[in-house]
Design a protein around this ligand. Structure first.
Ligand code: CU
Length: 327
C-alpha cells in the first residue's frame, strides 16, 4: 500500500460498491482486476474517517523501563551480531559475543532512556496505546465508462462469496452445535445461503438488487419464494442457479401464469421472447449460471408471480411472488 499524494481524477467517477471493511473492498478490486477491468480506472475511497487510539494499558516507571529494555535489547542484538562477523579471526564466536553484549547494553540503555523519557512526561501520559485510522465505509470507485461493467461484476462477486464451500458448511454445522449447547438457537434458524438483499448505491440513485437462487436445497423451491419491493424503487433481480438441474426465472403479470407456462412447455422450457404476460424472463440456466434481470419501473402495486418454466417444475412447487407495494 504505497502512499503518496493522489490527484483528483479528471473523469467522472462513481461508487460501484460499498463495503464495511477495507479487506472486502480490496478483495472486490482484486476480483475486478482478475476480470480484466483496466487498473487505472479503479480506486478505493474511505468515507467517514476517524483517528482511533486504543489504550492498551497503564504506564509507570517499571513498565516504561521494561518496554525500553526489551526494544533496546532487540536493537543491540541485531546491531552487535553483524558487526562481530567482520572479525577475521573468529567471525562466528565474535558475532555471538557482540550480540550478547549488544543485548545487555541495549537493554540497559533502553531501560534508562525509556525511564528518563517517562520522567519528563510523567503525569501527562500514563498509558500505552496503539493507534490508527478507521473508516465507516470503503467505496470502490470506478470511472463512469466502465461503471456498468464493474457493477455487474461485483454483483456476481458477492454471489460467489456468499456460496458456502463444503468446509464452511461443516464449520457452520459445528457452530450451530455450539449454539444449540448454549441454548441460543432461537432466532438463528432463518439463515440460509445466498438469500441476501444487496443494496448498492449507484450514480443515478439507489438501485436495489434482489437475489433469487433457483433451488439451493433441491426441493423444487425458489429461495426466497417471496420478494418485496417498493413501486418507487428501481429494481433488478439477480437469478442464480447453484445446482445441477436446469431452472429458469420468469416474472409474469398477475393471472398470466397459465399461458406463460404453456408457452414455455411448447418450447422445451424456454419462454420465447415477446410472449404475452411476461415481465422479465431468464433463459433456462444451467448449473452455476447467473443472470441479471431488470424489472420495469412502471409496475403498478400488486402481486406478480414468478415461476420456473422447465417442464414439471412449477407443478412441483417452483413458484414465488414479487409483491410491489405503494410507497
Ligand atoms: Cu426449475
Amino acid at each position: 500500500m504505497e502512499q503518496q499524494m493522489i490527484q483528483a481524477p479528471k473523469v467522472a467517477r462513481h461508487t460501484a460498491a460499498s463495503y464495511a471493511s477495507y479487506a472486502e473492498a480490496q478483495r472486490a478490486v482484486d476480483y475486478l482486476l482478475d476480470q480484466k477491468l483496466p487498473v487505472e480506472r479503479l480506486a478505493i475511497v474511505a468515507e467517514g474517517l476517524r483517528f482511533v487510539e486504543q489504550v492498551t494499558g497503564r504506564l509507570n516507571y517499571g513498565r516504561a523501563a521494561l518496554n525500553g529494555a526489551l526494544s533496546g535489547a532487540t536493537t543491540g542484538t541485531f546491531v552487535g551480531f553483524p558487526l562481530g562477523l567482520f572479525n577475521l579471526i573468529a567471525p562466528v564466536a565474535s558475532a555471538l559475543n557482540l550480540a550478547l553484549y549488544g543485548l545487555i547494553f541495549g537493554a540497559i540503555a533502553g531501560a534508562i532512556i525509556a525511564a528518563l523519557t517517562y520522567a519528563f512526561t510523567a503525569g501527562r501520559r500514563d498509558f500505552t496505546s496503539v493507534s490508527g485510522m478507521q473508516a465507516e465505509r470503503y467505496n470502490v470507485m470506478v470511472d463512469d465508462e466502465v461503471a456498468a461493467q464493474a457493477e455487474q461484476l461485483l454483483v456476481t462477486f458477492v454471489a460467489r462469496q456468499s456460496r458456502p464451500s463444503l468446509s464452511m458448511t461443516r464449520a457452520r454445522w459445528s457452530y450451530a452445535g455450539l449454539l444449540l449447547l448454549g441454548g441460543l438457537l432461537a432466532g438463528c434458524g432463518g439463515e440460509d445461503n445466498q438469500v441476501t438483499e444487496l443494496d448498492r448505491v449507484t450514480s443515478g440513485g439507489t438501485a436495489h438488487t434482489r437475489m433469487v437462487s433457483a433451488d439451493p436445497l433441491e426441493k423444487m423451491e425458489f429461495a426466497p419464494a417471496i420478494l418485496t419491493a417498493n413501486a418507487a424503487e428501481p429494481l433488478r433481480i439477480q437469478f442464480t442457479n447453484p445446482v445441477a438441474i436446469p431452472h429458469s426465472f420468469v416474472l409474469t403479470e398477475p393471472g398470466d401464469v397459465e399461458p406463460v407456462l404453456n408457452a414455455g412447455l411448447a418450447n422445451g422450457g424456454r419462454v420465447p421472447p415477446g410472449t404475452a404476460g411476461v415481465i422479465a424472463a431468464s433463459d433456462v440456466l444451467n448449473s452455476d449460471a447467473i443472470v441479471m434481470l431488470d424489472v420495469p419501473a412502471d409496475l403498478v402495486p400488486g402481486t406478480y408471480p414468478y415461476i420456473c418454466t422447465v417442464p414439471g417444475h412449477y407443478d412441483l412447487g417452483m413458484k414465488g411472488e414479487l409483491i410491489i407495494s405503494q410507497e
